[in-house]
Design a binder for this molecule. Sequence first.
Ligand code: GLN
Length: 451
Amino acid sequence: AHLARIEAVDEKVHAFLHIDREGALAQARAVDAKRAAGEPLGPLAGVPLAMKDIFTTEGVPTTVGSKILEGWIPPYDSTVTRKLKAADVVILGKTNMDEFAMGSSTENSAYGPTGNPWDLTRIPGGSGGGSAAALAAYEAPLALGTDTGGSIRQPAAVTGTVGVKPTYGGVSRYGMVAFSSSLDQGGPCARTVLDAALLHEAIGGHDPLDSTSIDAPVPPVVEAARSGDVRGMRIGVVKELGGEGYQPGVVQRFEESVEVLRGLGAEVVEISCPSFVYALAAYYLIAPSECSSNLARFDAMRYGLRVGDDGTKSAEEVTALTREAGFGPEVKRRIILGTYALSSGYYDAYYGSAQKVRTLITRDFEKAFEQVDVLVSPTTPTTAFPLGERVDDPLAMYLVDLCTIPVNLAGNAAMSLPCGLAPEDGLPVGLQIIAPALKDDRLYRVGAAVE
Ligand code: GLN
């Protein structure tokens, strides 16, 4: 049924880069056979899933939205892919994304943009716009994303779906193509809080193949999503995120959600996190710095595209020609920015300062969580804007992640879930909930309460 739905609508939505029809049907048949034989089934047996094209999938193309990996077929599965297969999930295909997860609208994909199913002339968010659009268009009930600065939560917000960035280290990064390794975090996307929790449980947990994986059990997310009891919980509204400059309908729906939580017995207080105003600046030094290093591996020798290899050129020339042809403008911008920020003489002023700001932001969170159990804010300053509106203005595009970026810098957990439609444009608004590291279950408890 989901493959038929994809066939009917994906020409317009363009959520998928690759539809693995044969693979999906084979997985589904294998589940049927197990069931018929009375063998034990995985926890998500037969449930279809759309996977962001950043997770490696053995035998199935993985492009990361880039021409530089066009035609590359990974010889191995990411840990997340492996866990999903073990849970008997049916993987429908790979979803569209901004190239190397750099962007907020999916317009930086080398394979063309994705439309927002609520209004196909608008952005589905990014970088995981394909996964969020697949959910909103009912092409899949579950999807996977990665969140370096908001790429799970912002697409969820603008498509009226649920997206969770787990605690850093809570879901393995093994086989997840790296953008900014100290910020990148894979996580679940779904249409309901409970669905997200069930997926979170299936993909989370310690992985010896990822050196930053946390050696602790997955927090009790499913139990929390089933409970939704917020009586006596302390909830902090972040003073610096929201209000002036935000779309009025976004602020209105956010404030209504806070009232709902108060009505359900939570105690609501205002919390100030003064360093958050520097988060965006710090992020756009740290993320490009790490990207400039991570993307050095795309050298035309190891993976994918190779340009100009006619027997007359040196390896260096082939590398340069391949990177020139294979990377898009935003990726090149970030590599240049990052290389500059890390260069001798500038390192302390740029990268060093950004790391200090990162520490200040972490301390703001620590102080806040001495007073409250979770923090809340709008997920994004506006609803989905028209495709094309910000493509020529990188700074305007960067502002989209104002509310989501502090969380990645500190490594905390956060969720975005729908909190109604903005009265002025009828488009979905996202509520962001933020919890301390390893307390991901609190997101689901609060999310289930307001859902
Ligand atoms: N929009 C942000 C960026 O362009 C975040 C992307 C992400 O989370 N992968 O870097």
